[in-house]
Design a protein around this ligand. Sequence first.
Ligand code: F6R
Length: 615
Amino acid sequence: MAYSVLTENMCGIVAYTGNKPASPILIDGLRVLEYRGYDSAGIYVPGSGCYKAVGSVQDLVKALPGMLPGHAGIGHTRWATHGQPSTVNAHPHHDRAKAVWLVHNGIIENYTELRERLAREGHTFVSDTDTEVLAHLVGDAYERIHDLPAAVVEALALVDGTYGIAVMAEDMPDTIVTARFGSPIAIGIKEGEYIIASDAAPIVRHTRDVLYLKDGEYAVLSPEGYGVFSFKHEVLNRAPETVSYNIEDVQKGGHPHFMLKEILEIPTVLENTARGRIVMREGNAKLGGLTDAADILRETKCMIIVGCGSAYYAGMVGKLLIEDLTGIPVQVEVGSEFRNRPIVTKEGTTLVAVSQSGETADTLGSVREAKRRGIPTIGIVNVVGSTIARETDVGIYNHAGPEIGVASTKAFLSQLEVLALFALYLGRLRGLTQARGAEFAMEILRLPEKARTILSRREKIRRLAGEYLGYDDFLYIGRGYNLPTAYEGALKLKEVSYVHAEGYGAGEMKHGPIAMIDEVFPTVAIMPSDSTYAKMRSNVEEIRARNGPVIAVATEGNTAIQDLVDDVIYIPDTKECLTPILANIPLQLFAYYTGIMRGLNVDRPRNLAKSVTVE
Ligand code: F6R
């Protein structure tokens, strides 16, 4: 399997300096950070060395010889967004002299250039990570100036990207330098003791006094005291704040549920999924993991997209995108069907498996079935190193970060975006013009801001959920690109609120479902101002004529719709083929608010598992 190079941005950092043995505090902190997702973990304690393990923090504990001597250290739990989890890629990383060690959360965007430059200067690297490059930069500066804070700042001046880091030098065993740009760093402050972490969760069991570094700040900490500085080395007078929340509150980012936290992360996820993957001057997508498959993809005659649940609906959107941008015929299959019936495939077929977890048994079974038939396989997977990621020939990672809520929200949106990037890449391989590609790519880059606009109006959706709380049945209708949105919107409502909801093609209404419509059967009509609008409007008129309440998801500026329906949720204008990426967001919020108003545990709906590893 080839995916692409390695960076990470959902990792967890923990560091400690003080009067207690550091290793149990680091391990405990890493356990608390495991909710951020993990594929490997490691710690470094000066004088005692560095220990790493693939898997969970428990696997790291097994790799330790026992409690390490040393009262300061750094630790890291990694959730890779690219590349395979392995001990060499796990943090902490060191410079070439093994004099400087660091842990990092974030993405160094120019690490390839920096790595090439360092390689020309004689550096060799043991891992594929961007972090190791940073460790070498700090190490070089430290060798020259022997001032760890100054060396860190000098190295950081060379990097583009985001980071929250904690750095130690072997010959300064009590001192930690931590710095932040774009990735959070929280410092817990106690008398003569400091615990540093990517969020306050590992800190609050030690102290409630927490100082959050701001972008462009660093801190130097040792049992003798601490100081906070700007990157220009100005001393900053920063006082800690007292936090009152518990570990779980912090893990949920202060939100009452993971589901809401993850919905609110959507704009950032849309940015991360597209980050570094659009080459505007070429009007193209750069998908490193597919490089080895370019020849196959240029010649592919048809495609099968396979997935389950929400991933299947993402695949339905993917089909339309690929057919529109490339002309390649695409068939979409539910995993449980594809693997269990004799599907006729022809020469030149490629299979695309879409799966957040990368472990769904039916999707995996489909990949295996395709391979058995000699069909090339591509994975669109969120969890790095998962079975589907390993078993597909090539693939694209979502970069959505760990999704903890059982109902897929942000990961589903990232699947749609990856499929859009994939369709663009395929299109450009097969005759889509640079101008059309660039226009499409430009619109992909505008999506995060548009998603933010929708989320900023969530109070209105909460009110709507309250107004519609008394209904026991809902119909979701759409056409074209938003037929899958109707299916997915209904699925989300069912899953987290246990309210009966059906997704239906609006054009199919008169072939049956309209018989159900009356004043207690509301319809959610997904009807942006696009090529399907006029027909959607007719369908809604038919529903209104039968007294069915209607909520429309419509494009901003369409004020006329207000006269036709009971309630309108507006989404910003975008290209027709990208509307599902926006239209799904209010539907996720509607399901979320309905679920919580019904007093349900939306993060763990009954009878459901996050990853369905059985048939
Ligand atoms: C719905 C949901 C499920 C998953 C499905 C596939 O909210 O989360 O329908 O989409 O179980 O899971 P993955 O993507 O992990 O293969």
